[in-house]
Design a protein around this ligand. Structure first.
Ligand SMILES: Cc1cc2nc3c(=O)[nH]c(=O)nc-3n(C[C@H](O)[C@H](O)[C@H](O)COP(=O)(O)OP(=O)(O)OC[C@H]3O[C@@H](n4cnc5c(N)ncnc54)[C@H](O)[C@@H]3O)c2cc1C
Length: 466
Protein backbone atom coordinates (compact mmCIF):
# COMPACT_ATOMS: atom_id res chain seq x y z
CA UNK A 1 0.00 0.00 0.00
CA UNK A 2 1.18 3.50 -0.67
CA UNK A 3 2.59 5.09 2.48
CA UNK A 4 0.41 8.11 1.67
CA UNK A 5 -2.89 6.31 2.23
CA UNK A 6 -1.61 4.55 5.34
CA UNK A 7 -0.38 7.82 6.87
CA UNK A 8 -3.62 9.59 6.07
CA UNK A 9 -5.74 6.80 7.60
CA UNK A 10 -3.59 6.74 10.73
CA UNK A 11 -3.86 10.51 10.98
CA UNK A 12 -7.66 10.34 10.76
CA UNK A 13 -8.27 7.36 13.08
CA UNK A 14 -5.18 6.95 15.25
CA UNK A 15 -2.48 4.37 14.49
CA UNK A 16 -4.07 1.66 16.66
CA UNK A 17 -7.24 1.68 14.52
CA UNK A 18 -5.51 1.08 11.19
CA UNK A 19 -4.29 -2.49 10.61
CA UNK A 20 -1.86 -3.26 7.81
CA UNK A 21 0.27 -6.15 9.12
CA UNK A 22 -0.38 -9.31 7.04
CA UNK A 23 -1.29 -11.32 10.16
CA UNK A 24 -3.95 -8.73 11.05
CA UNK A 25 -5.26 -8.51 7.49
CA UNK A 26 -5.58 -12.28 7.16
CA UNK A 27 -8.14 -12.34 9.98
CA UNK A 28 -10.39 -10.16 7.80
CA UNK A 29 -9.94 -12.19 4.61
CA UNK A 30 -12.65 -14.69 5.64
CA UNK A 31 -16.34 -14.70 6.24
CA UNK A 32 -18.47 -17.72 7.16
CA UNK A 33 -18.61 -18.75 3.47
CA UNK A 34 -15.28 -18.06 1.91
CA UNK A 35 -11.67 -17.13 1.99
CA UNK A 36 -10.96 -13.94 0.06
CA UNK A 37 -7.67 -12.14 -0.48
CA UNK A 38 -5.79 -9.73 1.76
CA UNK A 39 -7.16 -6.18 1.80
CA UNK A 40 -4.86 -3.17 1.73
CA UNK A 41 -5.93 -2.10 5.21
CA UNK A 42 -8.52 -2.73 7.87
CA UNK A 43 -9.79 0.37 9.64
CA UNK A 44 -11.88 0.52 12.81
CA UNK A 45 -13.70 3.88 13.05
CA UNK A 46 -15.48 5.04 16.20
CA UNK A 47 -18.07 7.38 14.64
CA UNK A 48 -19.71 8.62 11.44
CA UNK A 49 -17.20 11.46 11.07
CA UNK A 50 -14.35 8.95 10.90
CA UNK A 51 -16.23 6.78 8.37
CA UNK A 52 -16.69 9.86 6.23
CA UNK A 53 -12.95 10.65 6.49
CA UNK A 54 -12.07 7.05 5.50
CA UNK A 55 -14.26 7.24 2.40
CA UNK A 56 -12.72 10.54 1.32
CA UNK A 57 -9.18 9.16 1.74
CA UNK A 58 -10.08 5.91 -0.07
CA UNK A 59 -11.54 7.94 -2.93
CA UNK A 60 -8.42 10.03 -3.25
CA UNK A 61 -6.23 6.89 -3.41
CA UNK A 62 -8.73 4.94 -5.56
CA UNK A 63 -9.13 2.17 -2.98
CA UNK A 64 -12.47 0.31 -2.88
CA UNK A 65 -14.37 0.11 0.42
CA UNK A 66 -15.81 -3.06 1.95
CA UNK A 67 -17.97 -2.67 5.07
CA UNK A 68 -17.79 -5.47 7.61
CA UNK A 69 -19.93 -6.40 10.60
CA UNK A 70 -19.22 -9.71 12.36
CA UNK A 71 -18.18 -11.63 9.22
CA UNK A 72 -20.90 -14.26 9.70
CA UNK A 73 -22.14 -13.69 6.13
CA UNK A 74 -22.67 -16.84 4.07
CA UNK A 75 -22.08 -15.46 0.55
CA UNK A 76 -18.61 -13.94 0.65
CA UNK A 77 -19.98 -10.40 0.99
CA UNK A 78 -17.53 -8.95 3.51
CA UNK A 79 -14.24 -10.05 1.94
CA UNK A 80 -11.91 -8.61 -0.68
CA UNK A 81 -12.24 -10.79 -3.77
CA UNK A 82 -9.43 -9.42 -5.92
CA UNK A 83 -7.19 -8.34 -3.04
CA UNK A 84 -6.69 -4.75 -1.88
CA UNK A 85 -9.35 -2.33 -0.75
CA UNK A 86 -10.10 -0.93 2.67
CA UNK A 87 -12.21 -3.02 5.01
CA UNK A 88 -14.24 -0.87 7.41
CA UNK A 89 -14.94 -2.84 10.58
CA UNK A 90 -17.77 -1.61 12.80
CA UNK A 91 -16.44 -3.37 15.89
CA UNK A 92 -16.13 -0.04 17.77
CA UNK A 93 -19.50 1.37 16.60
CA UNK A 94 -21.67 -0.98 18.64
CA UNK A 95 -23.81 1.24 20.85
CA UNK A 96 -27.52 1.66 21.38
CA UNK A 97 -27.63 5.44 20.84
CA UNK A 98 -31.21 6.05 21.92
CA UNK A 99 -34.21 4.05 23.07
CA UNK A 100 -37.48 5.79 22.25
CA UNK A 101 -39.77 3.41 24.12
CA UNK A 102 -42.84 5.62 23.70
CA UNK A 103 -42.57 5.30 19.92
CA UNK A 104 -41.18 1.78 20.07
CA UNK A 105 -38.00 2.50 18.18
CA UNK A 106 -34.29 2.55 18.80
CA UNK A 107 -31.38 4.39 17.22
CA UNK A 108 -28.39 2.05 16.95
CA UNK A 109 -24.88 1.95 15.56
CA UNK A 110 -24.25 -0.70 12.87
CA UNK A 111 -21.85 -2.81 14.93
CA UNK A 112 -24.42 -3.56 17.63
CA UNK A 113 -24.93 -7.34 17.84
CA UNK A 114 -28.50 -8.34 16.99
CA UNK A 115 -29.29 -10.16 20.24
CA UNK A 116 -27.79 -7.38 22.35
CA UNK A 117 -30.41 -4.99 21.00
CA UNK A 118 -33.24 -7.13 22.34
CA UNK A 119 -31.35 -7.59 25.62
CA UNK A 120 -30.88 -3.81 25.99
CA UNK A 121 -34.57 -3.03 25.44
CA UNK A 122 -36.10 -5.96 27.34
CA UNK A 123 -36.42 -3.77 30.46
CA UNK A 124 -38.91 -1.61 28.53
CA UNK A 125 -40.81 -4.81 27.59
CA UNK A 126 -39.72 -4.47 23.96
CA UNK A 127 -37.77 -6.63 21.52
CA UNK A 128 -36.29 -6.50 18.01
CA UNK A 129 -38.03 -9.12 15.87
CA UNK A 130 -35.60 -10.18 13.06
CA UNK A 131 -33.69 -13.06 14.63
CA UNK A 132 -31.18 -14.77 12.32
CA UNK A 133 -29.78 -17.97 13.80
CA UNK A 134 -26.50 -16.02 13.96
CA UNK A 135 -28.09 -13.38 16.21
CA UNK A 136 -25.58 -13.94 19.03
CA UNK A 137 -22.82 -12.60 16.80
CA UNK A 138 -24.14 -10.93 13.63
CA UNK A 139 -24.57 -7.16 13.66
CA UNK A 140 -27.47 -4.87 12.88
CA UNK A 141 -25.40 -3.30 10.05
CA UNK A 142 -24.74 -6.72 8.47
CA UNK A 143 -28.40 -7.70 8.98
CA UNK A 144 -29.54 -4.51 7.22
CA UNK A 145 -27.08 -5.00 4.35
CA UNK A 146 -28.28 -8.58 3.77
CA UNK A 147 -31.95 -8.03 4.70
CA UNK A 148 -31.52 -10.86 7.18
CA UNK A 149 -34.35 -13.19 8.05
CA UNK A 150 -34.85 -15.68 10.87
CA UNK A 151 -37.45 -17.97 12.43
CA UNK A 152 -39.58 -15.03 13.60
CA UNK A 153 -39.69 -13.43 10.16
CA UNK A 154 -42.57 -15.73 9.16
CA UNK A 155 -45.02 -13.54 11.02
CA UNK A 156 -43.02 -10.35 11.67
CA UNK A 157 -41.33 -9.91 8.27
CA UNK A 158 -37.62 -9.66 7.43
CA UNK A 159 -35.23 -6.86 8.38
CA UNK A 160 -36.60 -4.48 5.73
CA UNK A 161 -39.91 -4.39 7.63
CA UNK A 162 -38.13 -3.22 10.79
CA UNK A 163 -35.83 -0.46 9.54
CA UNK A 164 -37.38 2.98 9.95
CA UNK A 165 -34.50 5.11 8.80
CA UNK A 166 -30.80 5.08 7.99
CA UNK A 167 -27.76 7.28 8.22
CA UNK A 168 -25.55 6.59 5.21
CA UNK A 169 -22.06 7.67 4.20
CA UNK A 170 -22.13 7.89 0.42
CA UNK A 171 -19.36 7.31 -2.10
CA UNK A 172 -18.09 10.90 -1.79
CA UNK A 173 -17.90 10.65 1.99
CA UNK A 174 -20.98 12.83 2.49
CA UNK A 175 -23.61 11.85 5.05
CA UNK A 176 -27.33 11.61 4.29
CA UNK A 177 -30.29 10.22 6.19
CA UNK A 178 -33.44 8.42 5.10
CA UNK A 179 -36.78 7.98 6.83
CA UNK A 180 -39.55 5.59 5.78
CA UNK A 181 -42.07 8.34 6.48
CA UNK A 182 -40.48 10.66 3.92
CA UNK A 183 -42.65 11.42 0.90
CA UNK A 184 -41.32 10.27 -2.45
CA UNK A 185 -39.10 7.27 -3.14
CA UNK A 186 -38.60 4.79 -0.29
CA UNK A 187 -34.80 5.06 -0.33
CA UNK A 188 -34.56 3.20 3.00
CA UNK A 189 -36.02 0.05 1.45
CA UNK A 190 -33.70 0.36 -1.56
CA UNK A 191 -30.68 0.44 0.73
CA UNK A 192 -31.74 -2.53 2.87
CA UNK A 193 -30.37 -5.70 1.26
CA UNK A 194 -27.94 -3.79 -0.95
CA UNK A 195 -24.99 -5.67 0.61
CA UNK A 196 -22.83 -2.61 1.11
CA UNK A 197 -22.81 -1.76 -2.61
CA UNK A 198 -24.84 1.46 -2.41
CA UNK A 199 -23.51 3.10 0.75
CA UNK A 200 -22.23 2.49 4.24
CA UNK A 201 -24.76 2.32 7.07
CA UNK A 202 -23.42 4.33 10.02
CA UNK A 203 -26.58 4.24 12.13
CA UNK A 204 -30.15 3.00 11.88
CA UNK A 205 -33.54 3.66 13.43
CA UNK A 206 -35.22 0.31 13.95
CA UNK A 207 -38.73 -0.73 14.95
CA UNK A 208 -39.23 -2.47 18.28
CA UNK A 209 -42.18 -4.67 19.18
CA UNK A 210 -43.87 -5.19 22.51
CA UNK A 211 -42.88 -8.45 24.23
CA UNK A 212 -45.83 -10.80 23.85
CA UNK A 213 -47.99 -11.70 26.84
CA UNK A 214 -47.54 -15.43 26.17
CA UNK A 215 -45.18 -17.62 24.14
CA UNK A 216 -45.72 -21.32 23.51
CA UNK A 217 -43.49 -23.83 21.76
CA UNK A 218 -44.57 -27.17 20.30
CA UNK A 219 -42.78 -30.06 18.65
CA UNK A 220 -44.39 -32.38 16.10
CA UNK A 221 -42.57 -35.50 14.92
CA UNK A 222 -43.14 -37.21 11.54
CA UNK A 223 -42.05 -40.43 9.92
CA UNK A 224 -41.27 -38.70 6.62
CA UNK A 225 -40.29 -35.23 5.52
CA UNK A 226 -43.16 -34.93 3.00
CA UNK A 227 -45.82 -35.21 5.74
CA UNK A 228 -44.03 -32.55 7.77
CA UNK A 229 -43.88 -30.25 4.71
CA UNK A 230 -47.55 -30.80 3.92
CA UNK A 231 -48.42 -29.97 7.53
CA UNK A 232 -46.63 -26.62 7.15
CA UNK A 233 -48.65 -25.73 4.05
CA UNK A 234 -51.88 -26.91 5.70
CA UNK A 235 -51.33 -24.84 8.88
CA UNK A 236 -50.72 -21.64 6.92
CA UNK A 237 -53.47 -22.54 4.43
CA UNK A 238 -55.90 -22.76 7.37
CA UNK A 239 -55.14 -19.10 8.17
CA UNK A 240 -52.92 -19.83 11.18
CA UNK A 241 -49.67 -17.85 11.21
CA UNK A 242 -47.48 -18.95 14.09
CA UNK A 243 -44.47 -16.76 14.93
CA UNK A 244 -42.06 -19.51 13.82
CA UNK A 245 -42.45 -22.74 11.86
CA UNK A 246 -39.11 -24.49 11.49
CA UNK A 247 -38.27 -27.93 10.16
CA UNK A 248 -35.34 -30.22 10.91
CA UNK A 249 -34.61 -33.64 9.44
CA UNK A 250 -33.12 -36.65 11.23
CA UNK A 251 -29.51 -35.75 10.32
CA UNK A 252 -29.88 -32.37 12.04
CA UNK A 253 -31.93 -33.68 14.97
CA UNK A 254 -29.28 -36.28 15.73
CA UNK A 255 -26.47 -33.66 15.60
CA UNK A 256 -28.45 -31.25 17.81
CA UNK A 257 -29.19 -33.95 20.35
CA UNK A 258 -25.54 -34.98 20.51
CA UNK A 259 -24.49 -31.37 21.03
CA UNK A 260 -27.25 -29.82 23.17
CA UNK A 261 -29.62 -32.55 24.43
CA UNK A 262 -32.47 -30.23 23.43
CA UNK A 263 -35.10 -32.93 23.82
CA UNK A 264 -35.86 -33.63 20.13
CA UNK A 265 -37.09 -37.15 19.20
CA UNK A 266 -34.22 -38.94 17.44
CA UNK A 267 -36.43 -41.67 15.98
CA UNK A 268 -38.38 -39.29 13.69
CA UNK A 269 -37.52 -38.53 10.06
CA UNK A 270 -38.60 -34.89 10.46
CA UNK A 271 -39.47 -32.58 13.30
CA UNK A 272 -41.49 -29.36 13.18
CA UNK A 273 -40.66 -26.77 15.79
CA UNK A 274 -43.55 -24.36 16.12
CA UNK A 275 -43.64 -21.18 18.20
CA UNK A 276 -46.57 -18.90 18.72
CA UNK A 277 -46.66 -15.64 20.65
CA UNK A 278 -49.60 -13.43 21.52
CA UNK A 279 -52.35 -13.34 24.11
CA UNK A 280 -52.60 -16.19 26.62
CA UNK A 281 -56.28 -16.85 25.90
CA UNK A 282 -55.55 -17.49 22.17
CA UNK A 283 -52.95 -20.19 22.79
CA UNK A 284 -55.04 -23.26 23.55
CA UNK A 285 -57.27 -22.75 20.50
CA UNK A 286 -54.25 -22.24 18.28
CA UNK A 287 -52.58 -25.38 19.62
CA UNK A 288 -55.71 -27.48 19.15
CA UNK A 289 -56.11 -26.37 15.53
CA UNK A 290 -52.46 -27.03 14.66
CA UNK A 291 -52.36 -30.37 16.46
CA UNK A 292 -55.45 -31.52 14.54
CA UNK A 293 -53.79 -30.59 11.24
CA UNK A 294 -50.53 -32.31 12.21
CA UNK A 295 -52.41 -35.48 13.24
CA UNK A 296 -54.38 -35.45 9.98
CA UNK A 297 -51.03 -35.38 8.18
CA UNK A 298 -49.68 -38.37 10.10
CA UNK A 299 -47.77 -36.79 13.00
CA UNK A 300 -46.24 -39.49 15.20
CA UNK A 301 -46.29 -37.28 18.26
CA UNK A 302 -47.15 -33.76 19.44
CA UNK A 303 -45.45 -32.22 22.42
CA UNK A 304 -46.01 -28.92 24.20
CA UNK A 305 -43.11 -27.36 26.10
CA UNK A 306 -44.44 -26.90 29.63
CA UNK A 307 -41.85 -24.63 31.18
CA UNK A 308 -39.74 -21.68 30.11
CA UNK A 309 -36.64 -23.87 30.46
CA UNK A 310 -38.14 -26.47 28.08
CA UNK A 311 -39.11 -23.75 25.59
CA UNK A 312 -35.63 -22.24 25.72
CA UNK A 313 -34.01 -25.66 25.22
CA UNK A 314 -36.13 -26.45 22.15
CA UNK A 315 -35.49 -23.04 20.56
CA UNK A 316 -31.77 -23.09 21.44
CA UNK A 317 -31.46 -26.46 19.69
CA UNK A 318 -32.76 -24.90 16.47
CA UNK A 319 -30.53 -21.84 16.75
CA UNK A 320 -27.50 -24.05 17.42
CA UNK A 321 -28.28 -26.55 14.65
CA UNK A 322 -25.70 -25.26 12.19
CA UNK A 323 -22.93 -25.32 14.80
CA UNK A 324 -23.95 -28.84 15.84
CA UNK A 325 -23.07 -30.05 12.34
CA UNK A 326 -19.45 -30.06 13.54
CA UNK A 327 -20.38 -33.35 15.24
CA UNK A 328 -20.80 -34.97 11.81
CA UNK A 329 -17.97 -33.62 9.67
CA UNK A 330 -15.26 -30.95 9.80
CA UNK A 331 -16.84 -28.75 7.08
CA UNK A 332 -20.26 -27.82 5.81
CA UNK A 333 -21.71 -25.72 3.04
CA UNK A 334 -25.12 -24.09 3.52
CA UNK A 335 -27.23 -23.65 0.42
CA UNK A 336 -29.96 -20.99 0.69
CA UNK A 337 -32.87 -21.17 -1.76
CA UNK A 338 -36.55 -20.37 -1.62
CA UNK A 339 -39.46 -22.20 -3.24
CA UNK A 340 -43.22 -21.66 -3.05
CA UNK A 341 -44.31 -23.30 0.24
CA UNK A 342 -46.46 -25.85 -1.59
CA UNK A 343 -43.38 -27.01 -3.54
CA UNK A 344 -41.43 -27.91 -0.38
CA UNK A 345 -41.91 -31.71 -0.69
CA UNK A 346 -40.66 -31.66 -4.30
CA UNK A 347 -37.76 -29.40 -3.38
CA UNK A 348 -36.73 -31.66 -0.50
CA UNK A 349 -36.88 -34.69 -2.77
CA UNK A 350 -34.62 -32.86 -5.24
CA UNK A 351 -32.15 -32.05 -2.43
CA UNK A 352 -32.10 -35.68 -1.35
CA UNK A 353 -31.62 -36.92 -4.93
CA UNK A 354 -28.80 -34.45 -5.64
CA UNK A 355 -26.95 -35.43 -2.45
CA UNK A 356 -27.44 -39.15 -3.15
CA UNK A 357 -26.20 -38.80 -6.71
CA UNK A 358 -23.03 -37.10 -5.46
CA UNK A 359 -22.60 -39.46 -2.51
CA UNK A 360 -22.88 -36.72 0.14
CA UNK A 361 -24.59 -36.47 3.51
CA UNK A 362 -27.14 -33.63 3.66
CA UNK A 363 -29.02 -32.26 6.65
CA UNK A 364 -32.04 -29.98 6.34
CA UNK A 365 -32.84 -27.26 8.87
CA UNK A 366 -34.93 -24.44 7.56
CA UNK A 367 -37.60 -21.78 7.76
CA UNK A 368 -40.33 -24.10 6.46
CA UNK A 369 -43.10 -21.52 6.83
CA UNK A 370 -41.28 -19.23 4.37
CA UNK A 371 -40.39 -22.03 1.93
CA UNK A 372 -36.75 -21.09 2.62
CA UNK A 373 -34.53 -24.19 2.49
CA UNK A 374 -31.06 -24.48 3.98
CA UNK A 375 -29.64 -27.86 2.94
CA UNK A 376 -26.37 -28.31 4.86
CA UNK A 377 -23.92 -30.34 2.81
CA UNK A 378 -21.38 -31.88 5.15
CA UNK A 379 -17.92 -32.79 3.92
CA UNK A 380 -14.22 -32.80 4.57
CA UNK A 381 -12.49 -30.11 2.55
CA UNK A 382 -9.22 -32.09 2.51
CA UNK A 383 -11.00 -34.59 0.23
CA UNK A 384 -11.09 -33.22 -3.34
CA UNK A 385 -13.85 -35.62 -4.37
CA UNK A 386 -16.09 -34.32 -1.61
CA UNK A 387 -15.35 -30.69 -2.51
CA UNK A 388 -16.38 -31.38 -6.11
CA UNK A 389 -19.48 -33.23 -4.87
CA UNK A 390 -20.51 -30.24 -2.72
CA UNK A 391 -20.21 -27.87 -5.68
CA UNK A 392 -22.23 -30.20 -7.93
CA UNK A 393 -24.91 -30.79 -5.29
CA UNK A 394 -25.21 -27.10 -4.41
CA UNK A 395 -25.65 -26.29 -8.09
CA UNK A 396 -28.26 -29.01 -8.60
CA UNK A 397 -30.25 -27.66 -5.63
CA UNK A 398 -30.09 -24.14 -7.07
CA UNK A 399 -31.36 -25.42 -10.41
CA UNK A 400 -34.17 -27.39 -8.78
CA UNK A 401 -35.32 -24.34 -6.79
CA UNK A 402 -35.45 -22.21 -9.93
CA UNK A 403 -37.32 -24.95 -11.83
CA UNK A 404 -39.89 -25.08 -9.00
CA UNK A 405 -40.58 -21.36 -9.33
CA UNK A 406 -38.29 -20.33 -6.50
CA UNK A 407 -35.17 -18.21 -6.35
CA UNK A 408 -31.45 -18.34 -5.63
CA UNK A 409 -31.38 -16.80 -2.15
CA UNK A 410 -33.89 -16.57 0.65
CA UNK A 411 -31.87 -14.50 3.11
CA UNK A 412 -28.12 -14.97 2.91
CA UNK A 413 -27.69 -12.65 -0.07
CA UNK A 414 -25.81 -12.85 -3.35
CA UNK A 415 -22.38 -11.47 -2.47
CA UNK A 416 -19.54 -13.08 -4.34
CA UNK A 417 -20.88 -16.62 -4.12
CA UNK A 418 -24.02 -16.31 -6.21
CA UNK A 419 -23.29 -13.38 -8.49
CA UNK A 420 -22.92 -15.61 -11.55
CA UNK A 421 -26.21 -17.34 -10.68
CA UNK A 422 -27.98 -13.96 -11.07
CA UNK A 423 -28.17 -14.58 -14.83
CA UNK A 424 -30.25 -17.71 -14.14
CA UNK A 425 -33.07 -15.67 -12.66
CA UNK A 426 -32.66 -12.25 -14.30
CA UNK A 427 -32.43 -11.23 -17.92
CA UNK A 428 -30.00 -8.60 -19.20
CA UNK A 429 -32.66 -5.85 -18.97
CA UNK A 430 -33.39 -6.72 -15.32
CA UNK A 431 -29.71 -6.66 -14.41
CA UNK A 432 -29.25 -3.44 -16.34
CA UNK A 433 -32.04 -1.81 -14.33
CA UNK A 434 -30.29 -2.85 -11.11
CA UNK A 435 -26.95 -1.61 -12.46
CA UNK A 436 -28.51 1.79 -13.16
CA UNK A 437 -29.61 2.00 -9.51
CA UNK A 438 -26.07 1.17 -8.47
CA UNK A 439 -24.69 3.80 -10.83
CA UNK A 440 -26.75 6.47 -9.08
CA UNK A 441 -25.24 5.68 -5.67
CA UNK A 442 -21.80 4.47 -6.75
CA UNK A 443 -20.84 5.44 -10.31
CA UNK A 444 -17.19 4.39 -9.82
CA UNK A 445 -18.26 0.99 -8.43
CA UNK A 446 -15.96 1.30 -5.47
CA UNK A 447 -18.44 0.15 -2.78
CA UNK A 448 -17.98 -3.60 -2.27
CA UNK A 449 -16.89 -4.38 -5.85
CA UNK A 450 -17.15 -7.92 -7.31
CA UNK A 451 -20.44 -8.51 -5.46
CA UNK A 452 -24.02 -9.09 -6.68
CA UNK A 453 -23.38 -8.45 -10.39
CA UNK A 454 -22.07 -11.34 -12.55
CA UNK A 455 -18.28 -11.55 -12.84
CA UNK A 456 -16.66 -9.91 -15.83
CA UNK A 457 -19.40 -7.30 -16.23
CA UNK A 458 -19.25 -3.65 -15.44
CA UNK A 459 -22.41 -1.61 -14.95
CA UNK A 460 -21.78 0.12 -18.25
CA UNK A 461 -21.80 -3.24 -20.07
CA UNK A 462 -25.19 -4.05 -18.63
CA UNK A 463 -26.68 -0.74 -19.68
CA UNK A 464 -29.35 -1.13 -22.31
CA UNK A 465 -29.08 1.56 -25.00
CA UNK A 466 -32.03 3.98 -24.89
C1 LIG B 1 -24.45 -20.20 11.97
C2 LIG B 1 -25.04 -19.15 11.07
C3 LIG B 1 -26.42 -19.00 11.02
C4 LIG B 1 -26.99 -18.02 10.19
N1 LIG B 1 -28.35 -17.88 10.20
C5 LIG B 1 -28.91 -16.92 9.44
C6 LIG B 1 -30.34 -16.74 9.45
O1 LIG B 1 -31.08 -17.42 10.14
N2 LIG B 1 -30.83 -15.75 8.67
C7 LIG B 1 -30.03 -14.95 7.89
O2 LIG B 1 -30.54 -14.07 7.21
N3 LIG B 1 -28.70 -15.12 7.86
C8 LIG B 1 -28.11 -16.07 8.61
N4 LIG B 1 -26.76 -16.24 8.59
C9 LIG B 1 -25.94 -15.38 7.70
C10 LIG B 1 -25.39 -14.08 8.37
O3 LIG B 1 -25.32 -14.23 9.78
C11 LIG B 1 -26.25 -12.88 7.99
O4 LIG B 1 -26.12 -12.63 6.61
C12 LIG B 1 -25.91 -11.61 8.77
O5 LIG B 1 -26.87 -10.62 8.45
C13 LIG B 1 -24.52 -11.06 8.50
O6 LIG B 1 -24.22 -10.11 9.51
P1 LIG B 1 -22.69 -9.74 9.85
O7 LIG B 1 -22.70 -8.68 10.89
O8 LIG B 1 -21.92 -10.94 10.18
O9 LIG B 1 -22.23 -9.13 8.47
P2 LIG B 1 -20.94 -9.44 7.57
O10 LIG B 1 -20.84 -10.88 7.26
O11 LIG B 1 -19.76 -8.80 8.18
O12 LIG B 1 -21.33 -8.65 6.24
C14 LIG B 1 -22.41 -9.07 5.45
C15 LIG B 1 -22.65 -8.05 4.34
O13 LIG B 1 -23.08 -6.83 4.91
C16 LIG B 1 -22.26 -5.75 4.49
N5 LIG B 1 -22.19 -4.82 5.63
C17 LIG B 1 -21.86 -5.10 6.91
N6 LIG B 1 -21.97 -3.99 7.67
C18 LIG B 1 -22.37 -2.99 6.85
C19 LIG B 1 -22.63 -1.60 7.04
N7 LIG B 1 -22.52 -1.00 8.23
N8 LIG B 1 -23.01 -0.88 5.96
C20 LIG B 1 -23.14 -1.44 4.73
N9 LIG B 1 -22.89 -2.75 4.50
C21 LIG B 1 -22.51 -3.51 5.55
C22 LIG B 1 -20.92 -6.41 4.14
O14 LIG B 1 -20.18 -5.61 3.22
C23 LIG B 1 -21.40 -7.71 3.53
O15 LIG B 1 -21.77 -7.52 2.19
C24 LIG B 1 -26.16 -17.20 9.39
C25 LIG B 1 -24.77 -17.36 9.45
C26 LIG B 1 -24.21 -18.32 10.26
C27 LIG B 1 -22.72 -18.46 10.29
Amino acid sequence: MSAGVEDRLRGALGAENVKTAPEDLSVYSFDAYSEGKLPTAVVIPCDTRQVSAIVKIAREFEEPIIARGAGTGLCGGAVSVEGGGIIVSFARMHRLLELDAANRRAHVQPGLVNLQLSTHVAGAKLFYAPDPASQRSSTIGGNIATNAGGPHCLSYGTTVNHVLGLEIVDERGDVFTTDVDDAGYDVTAALVGSEGTLGIVTSAWVRLLRLPEATRVWLAAFSDIESASETVSAIIGAGILPTALEMMDSVIVSAVEQAFHAGYPTDAAAVLLIENAGFEDEMDGCEAAMQTIATQHGALSWRSARTQAERDALLAGRKGAVGAIGRIAPNYYTQDVTVPRSALPKALRAVEAAARENDLVVGNVFHAGDGNLHPLLVYDKRDRRQVGAVLATGDAILRAAIDLGGTISGEHGIGYEKRDAMTRVYGTEDLAAMARVRDVFDPQRTRNPEKIFPSGTRCIELSVPA
